[in-house]
Design a protein. Structure first.
Length: 256
């Protein structure tokens, strides 16, 4: 039955329903941002701020290990903006022609720390302590795909400890999984970012801060194949603005 044969009130209601559904569908994936898991809490606060400044825009956030996100993008996932927890992953994106090099920006920095369970965990005083029998299981991100794992491995290799500690490592698919392993007491220690450790002060405690050979900086860039290229560039610019920086600082991130 066509709309003109329906009672006016019913036809009007059906038309409004169709328009609302269409508007919702158009918003469903306006701007898709794939970002490192350690940025989860901060970006969940920043996204609504961007939406408020860009009426009619909906930001869809996709979090995971930087390497896994890059694989999704390389396989054609419709992503507008990519934020990595390390330079190496973004270098790979650039080398594969997925991002415009000139539009790549470093937005924040972080720190690598060793954490132990808050209750009953024995805090190591040095990295060498992790070679002792009391540290039988140590959570680290998988170095092949998780930046925090690569930072960890580079530190341990530089200290000449990787061969002794590697057999004890429990691989995590992202930094939040490593945090959970420690928080649940399933491992004796773990390597995470300071911002992640701060999320569970009642369940984990920081044993030491670990200097890294390369600074822990987070680059972000719009994708060349972004479905919303103009919005993607605007979002990258927004991340370097005062409003976003205030949120990042509140979550413990440093300046890039």
């Amino acid at each position: 039955m066509s709309l003109h044969r329906l009672p006016f009130s019913l036809a009007r209601a059906l038309l409004l329903a169709v328009l609302c559904h269409t508007a919702h569908a158009a918003h469903a994936a306006d701007l898709t941002v794939s970002a490192a898991a350690s940025l989860t809490n901060a970006l969940r606060e920043i996204a609504p701020l961007f939406e408020a400044a860009h009426r009619g825009t909906k930001v869809q956030l996709n979090f995971g290990a930087s390497g896994a996100l890059l694989q999704q993008i390389a396989k054609g996932a419709p992503v507008d903006v990519f934020a990595s927890a390390d330079q190496e992953t973004m270098d790979q994106a650039q080398a594969h022609g997925l991002i415009p090099a000139a539009e790549r920006r470093d937005v924040v920095s972080n720190t690598l720390v060793v954490i132990v369970p808050a209750r009953g965990g024995r805090a190591p005083r040095s990295l060498t302590d992790l070679t002792q029998a009391g540290y039988a299981r140590i959570a680290i991100g998988l170095p092949a795909s998780v930046p925090v794992g690569r930072y960890t491995r580079s530190v341990l290799e530089g200290a000449g400890l990787w061969s002794a500690i590697a057999p004890k490592t429990i691989g995590a698919h992202n930094v939040r999984q490593a945090l959970d392993y420690v928080a649940r007491g399933e491992v004796d220690a773990g390597f995470v970012y300071a911002t992640d450790a701060a999320l569970m002060p009642d369940r984990v405690r920081v044993a030491m801060t670990v200097p890294t050979p390369r600074p822990v900086r987070y680059p972000v860039a719009p994708l060349k194949a972004a479905p919303q290229p103009a919005l993607a560039r605007q979002f990258v610019a927004f991340l370097t603005g005062d409003a976003a920086r205030a949120v990042f600082a509140r979550h413990g991130f440093g300046q890039p």
